[in-house]
Unconditional design. Sequence first.
Length: 408
Amino acid sequence: MAEALNRDTGQSKPRKMKYRKAKASWNPAMQAIPVSGIRRLVNMASNMKDVIHLSIGQPDLPTPKHIIDAYVDALNAGQTGYTMDAGLPELLVALRDYYGRRYNRKLTRDNILITSGATEALYLAISATSAPGRQFLVTDPSFLLYAPLIRMNGGEVKYIPTRAENNHQLDPDEVIRAMGSRTFALILNNPNNPTGAVYPRSTVETILEECAYRGIQVYADEVYDHMVFDDDDFASVLNCSMDLDNIMCISSFSKTYSMAGLRVGWVISSQAAIKSLRRYHMFTTSVANTPAQFAGVAALTADQKCVNDMVDIYRERRDKIVELIDQTPHMTGYKPGGAFYAFPNLPPHVDGSDLALRMLKETGVCAVPGDAFGDNCTNALRFSFATSVEKMEEAFDRIIPWMAKQQF
Ligand SMILES: Cc1ncc(COP(=O)(O)O)c(C=O)c1O
């Protein structure tokens, strides 16, 4: 068959393909990653004017100056290379000493792995252990990373509902009743995002004791462990457990020191677990940001007054948002004891997602619907109080009359 010639060049034309080009094909595990309910709203808000955000989960308070200085000093001193795979030795020592003081827990450097934020720590811990046949207990509602990470790796999620009428506290008996022969692990996020619940020592101890007895792994996400407003005693798994054999405690600098963008977190566990996670860490991010790790050393070793001052500010805001929610028609709140979120209920059967969307369009206030955090609280909204009292007052000046007009 004669070849077709290009009229302009006289060259032969490439033959037409008879078949379609194969589309890029994702690993089916990607289906476990949902479209984030938070991003959807925030993207819409980014195209609107005069929006007040009560949606975002990161501190608005500035990073303390001595931490920034330590970061810049590290850069100027040429600290721009890789650190050791487990983390900057000075930071491992600072964390060991800090946790020794704070939770009276004797650790060695080999109990700690430095990661790129708590997000990487969670990724490593969960994806290194989730597998078909393994069931993970997770509260509903919960921080949106856990369930997809479990499912992506073949594990099964079993939800334990928490309820607004009980201030979203965990009932230890309910948790124990949920444990079965397939239960491999429990994720314990204390203080909790999105509910702001802080679990008391009796709850944490009872759950940990049962997990240790049954050989169930506990992944404790304690990134908000300083944001506790009413209790002097915070029940970290690090001072509620006999040993670290079945415990991974995950935290970071993001919330406590307003360092979310500097991306340094850690996992604390048994030396054997850290050894395995270190190998995996080498295949993910290798090491965390080096100057940010120097900034972390400064954060831990300097006076902690900056943290106490920030917590005082968050407490004042917590009190204000509780008051504002109480004044809002059709919203039932409670007093969150920690983190920086309030999670009030709307009347049953109200679709929080639909309401959040209309609230954004009609009042310009952006809140996150409960269904971003699970199936159990679709009639709830999450308000972040990582914003000033003035902004919250302005937001509720819009929300209150608007809610009064709603007919549910
Ligand atoms: C409960 C919880 N865990 C982990 C993270 C992630 O923290 P990091 O910035 O350290 O990755 C967040 C951030 O919002 C969070 O709310």
